[in-house]
Design a protein around this ligand. Structure first.
Ligand SMILES: C=C(O[C@@H]1C=C(C(=O)O)C=C[C@H]1O)C(=O)O
Length: 356
């Protein structure tokens, strides 16, 4: 078929798509009205994830799942913006990985509020200045983000969704490699690139700063003093730096898990994950008995972290992630058993499980 004819066909399809998208928007508008009248949450991560799974399974064409998800991400983002003026607080500044993770979940049609630290993200949502917040919780190379874990202890907020994002850090500078004397970055990034730094810049000074965007700004401002930064491509682009090495993390699959926090947790989708924290009674065998509850109910526990309680020395909070939803009968039975051995059990939320 000649090129012009194919393009005419594409134009016809686009006209149909636009018409259908507007029909979809009309339906979304009605959904928004119903939700407001009934006091329901505007953002429905369980509905979005079920729809995405269904569409990916249903598709028998050329489009891979990744593309279907990206296209629908923006369609749903437009839908959310039509239903309400949704505001998403994230750990800023602009251009950080958390910002990129937030956009990958909520798309480009909603408003984003950059926050200077973890506590402000929680605060902003708790005070209803933002509808949801996005914070990092763990990295596959560097482990837990303890700031986030600690904030859940006193917060009334719940986890309603998660975001998995492949993190590819690079070396960026405004000077040639040989002139680099100091490397600026976030401590998590130094941890993710430890081996590469030792091999390539064993004598450089490492200076920790609060974000990769800030590191990029310093690399620009102090270029004449030998400054370079480590971070993502968006930070390099923002400050016009050259990516000297684009992918320097020690593990190619380096991935960070982010959480979406809000006032309510998420209904079950059939493939969910639950996060909770507990502290044990000071009796012999309490921790073993507490964890035994999961095994007895055949619950797959995928992670455990411990953090000092900060209320009494040598007392800890244990953070656990498990497969299933808090309303599933086996999970709920395991939690009843767990409570018998704990002085505190706090459910942080159940939310759709996703693979990258
Ligand atoms: C339209 C809805 O609201 C939002 C938008 C969705 C969509 O565009 O499909 C899905 C879930 C919600 O986050 C809904 O709840 O059905």
């Amino acid at each position: 078929m000649p090129l012009n004819d194919i393009r005419t066909r594409i134009d016809e399809i686009d006209a149909q798509l636009l018409q259908l998208l507007n029909q979809r928007a009309d339906c979304v508008h009605v959904v928004g009205e119903i939700k407001k009248k009934e006091g329901l949450q505007i953002y429905a991560p369980e509905r979005e994830e079920s729809l995405l799974r269904k569409l990916s399974a249903m598709s028998d064409g050329r489009l891979p799942e990744k593309s279907i998800r990206a296209i629908y991400r923006e369609i749903m983002s437009a839908a959310l913006a039509l239903e309400d003026d949704l505001k998403i607080a994230y750990l800023g500044p602009e251009g950080t990985w958390t910002h990129q993770a937030a956009i990958s979940k909520f798309g480009h049609s909603v408003e984003y509020l950059s926050q200077p630290n973890f506590a402000d993200v929680f605060d902003c949502v708790a005070r209803r200045q933002a509808s949801y917040g996005v914070v990092p919780i763990e990295n596959s190379t560097e482990g837990a983000v303890s700031h986030t874990l600690d904030l859940f202890v006193d917060s009334p907020l719940k986890i309603c969704a998660q975001i998995l994002m492949r993190i590819e850090n690079g070396l960026m500078a405004d000077i040639p490699r040989e002139q680099i004397k100091t490397l600026y970055s976030h401590p998590q990034v130094f941890g993710q690139c430890r081996g590469w730094i030792l091999q390539n810049f064993p004598h450089a000074d490492l200076v920790e700063v609060s974000s990769t965007t800030k590191a990029a700004r310093i690399a620009k401002e102090k270029a004449s003093e030998g400054a370079a930064a480590m971070g993502g491509p968006l930070a390099a682009e923002m400050y016009g730096l050259t990516m000297l090495n684009p992918c320097i993390q020690d593990r190619a699959t380096n991935t960070t898990r982010f959480l979406v926090i809000g006032e309510k947790t998420c209904p079950a989708t059939g493939n969910d994950r639950t996060s909770l924290l507990f502290s044990i009674k000071d009796n012999p065998g309490s921790l073993v008995k507490a964890l035994q509850a999961f095994d007895d109910c055949a619950i797959n526990m995928s992670k455990i972290e411990s953090r000092p309680s900060k209320q009494q020395d040598w007392e800890y909070f244990f953070y656990v992630d498990l497969a299933g939803h808090v309303e599933d009968t086996d999970v709920s039975a395991a939690l009843d058993e767990l409570r018998k051995h704990c002085s505190l059990v706090k459910i942080l939320g159940s939310y759709p499980d996703i693979q990258i």
